[in-house]
Design a protein around this ligand. Structure first.
Ligand code: NAD
Ligand code: FES
Length: 293
């Protein structure tokens, strides 16, 4: 097998892909919560993807992403046997894992992918886990079986009620909190408004809550400043100080403003990609419209 070779590829939901990639050094070193930054072609942008799992012996890493723009669209078109141009990692701080007690792990949409490695590490540390898996509709629910293998209890919800509870992940979390059961720790990964809503729900109850942020990222090594976020009134760089932060300290409004900075350029690049032109406009920092972490 060649370095960075895609050894397996499948579409697990509409426009959502699972790749197994030969990257032995990353597979050996990675810990829960870490990510890679990849580049698909030599004029392409760099974008981050969470390492969902790894097989240290086989030297394989698992990546799950949604094709939402030019770069992730190009990655999605790659086949098993092809090689990804660059993969840098493992990057970011590993998740802080301890025995909290009862943890609720929440994934919104394909934000479920980064939840899997963290939930696995929390379970291995002896925590009791309740998983909440939310998506727009049944066909967009991903990794439910994997979550069930890890968690003691799993609740699935869809916005349209086509599967599981009808409503947002926050509706399910509210019910669990209001049932009076003790919750010691909450982890939430998904769209930024979802993570903000989770933070506001747990704040009055004083429940320790961690979110994995997905700001614009370029180099992933603390050099470019692209991933600047405000946490507790201080400037942090999500790639080296995070990507996980105390949800009650994050300035989500600033994060959302910065995520939209390159929306126009990203839209143009996506249009060119769909028209099967070279995505020259894709050489820009990573943002919300094409974010795949
Ligand atoms: P989506 O918009 O379909 O939302 C998924 C679920 O999140 C919804 O079903 C709902 O349960 C919940 N949700 C959404 N908005 C909410 C709100 N305002 N309040 C409460 N709950 C809300 O998600 P998608 O289209 O699959 O996109 C996934 C999103 O996750 C993207 O925005 C992507 O950038 C983000 N993401 C983030 C990370 C990360 O590391 N933070 C990783 C992967 C994906
Ligand atoms: Fe450049 Fe974080 S991605 S500083």
């Amino acid at each position: 097998m060649l370095q960075n070779e895609i050894v397996f590829r499948e579409e697990i939901a509409p426009d959502t892909y699972r790749f197994l990639v030969h990257a032995p050094v990353i597979a050996r070193k990675r810990q829960a919560g870490q990510f890679v930054v990849l580049r698909v072609h030599d004029k392409g942008e760099r974008f981050p993807l969470t390492i969902v799992s790894s097989d240290r012996d086989e030297g394989i890493i698992e990546l799950i992403f949604q094709a939402v723009g030019a770069s992730t669209g190009l990655l999605a078109e790659m086949e098993a046997g092809e090689r990804i141009l660059d993969i840098a990692g493992p990057l970011g701080r590993p998740t802080h894992i301890e025995r909290f007690g009862t943890c609720v792990v929440i994934g919104g949409g394909y934000g479920m992918a980064p939840v899997i490695p963290i939930a696995t590490a929390l379970k291995d540390a002896g925590n009791r886990l309740i998983g909440i898996n939310g998506a727009r509709s049944r066909e967009h629910v991903i990794l439910e079986d994997r979550l069930r293998e890890i968690c003691d209890r799993v609740e699935v919800c869809t916005d349209d009620g086509s599967y599981g509870h009808r409503g947002f992940v926050t509706d399910v979390l509210r019910e669990i909190i209001e049932s009076g059961r003790r919750i010691d720790f909450v982890l939430a990964v998904g769209p930024t408004p979802m993570m903000q809503a989770v933070a506001e729900l747990t704040r009055p109850h004083g429940i320790k809550t961690v979110v994995s942020l997905n700001p614009i990222m370029v180099d992933g090594t603390g050099m470019c400043g692209g991933c600047r976020v405000e946490v507790g009134g201080e400037t942090k760089f999500a790639c080296v100080d995070g990507p996980e932060f105390d949800a009650h300290q994050v300035n989500f409004d600033m994060l959302m403003l910065r995520q939209r900075m390159y929306a126009d350029t990203e839209g143009e690049a996506a249009k060119m990609f769909l028209a099967h032109s070279t995505p020259v406009g894709a050489c820009h920092p990573q943002g919300e419209a094409d974010h795949a972490q």
